[in-house]
Design a protein around this ligand. Structure first.
Ligand code: PEP
Length: 253
């Protein structure tokens, strides 16, 4: 049974005051029956975690270190995240893969660190426009996915959320069509079924991300293997994010 999830990714946006104002305002909105995750800048995470009283809303981080605690200046370890009781963390976002050169191997190491500290990773995977145009989409998805779930292959009790985010759709205003997104989600489900078994695959939430907004969310969310969205730009403004939460709650009903 699908249980819809709406995850917002604020990236490196918002002042401390704006971030607090958003969460305080959300506390007063009518609660919705949909699991909601807000991936906020790490520096605000604890304050927002303490402030957030809205039912079904969890605070998440956008990245974690691939190392444990130690001499890694500037890194935020999974152990630190766990010490704040933050339950989710994005890993492998395409902006980090591209701008910071994160590799599939490092991303898999980050996931292992998160598992050590009982944090659920939200693994982002997706192809560039050039890869799509040269027919490489499925190869890229398979490679990123298999590396990302490597630890689940030996222990399928670990949790994971997977976000398919075609890079050409992120922050561009160009959304994948329902058919394009649905096709890749179907493929992800097939790969997960092959390596983890169908029963486990059916429990793994698969989110779509890439210029998803209140206008296109419902058609995407109604696709068979789409369980909701990872929302960047449209999560920055509370009312548009709340409208997407509403759509997911309607799909849940
Ligand atoms: C993202 O950054 O994960 C994302 C999906 O961004 P946007 O919704 O702005 O395309």
């Amino acid at each position: 049974m699908k249980e819809y999830i709406v995850a917002g990714n604020w990236k490196s946006n918002k002042s401390y005051l704006d971030a607090k104002g958003y969460v305080v305002k959300l506390n007063d909105y009518p609660p919705l029956d949909v699991k909601t995750i807000l991936a906020v800048p790490a520096i605000y995470a604890d304050t927002l975690f303490q402030l957030s009283k809205q039912k079904n809303v969890a605070i998440a981080l956008q990245n974690a270190s691939s190392y444990d605690d130690g001499a890694y200046t500037g890194e935020i370890s999974a152990k630190m995240i766990a010490s704040l009781a933050i339950p989710y963390c994005i890993v492998g976002h395409s902006e980090r893969r591209k701008l910071l050169g994160e590799t599939d191997e490092q991303i898999a190491d980050k996931i292992d660190q998160l598992y050590l500290h009982k944090i659920t990773p939200i693994l982002c995977i997706g192809e560039t426009m050039e890869e799509r145009n040269t027919g490489e989409t499925f190869n890229i998805i398979r490679r990123q996915l298999l590396k990302g779930v490597r630890s689940l292959i030996s222990d399928s009790s670990f949790p994971i959320i997977i976000a398919y985010e075609p890079i050409w759709a992120i922050g561009t205003g160009i959304t994948a069509t329902e058919e394009q997104a649905g096709e890749v989600h179907e493929f992800i489900f097939q790969i997960l079924s092959e390596v983890l078994g169908k029963e486990k695959a059916e429990t793994i939430p698969l989110l779509y991300g890439g210029s998803c907004n209140e206008k296109n969310a419902e058609a995407l969310f109604r696709q068979k293997h789409i369980w909701g969205g990872l929302i960047g730009g449209a999560s920055l403004e509370l009312d548009s994010f709340y409208n997407i939460m509403r759509i997911a709650a309607k799909c849940n009903a």
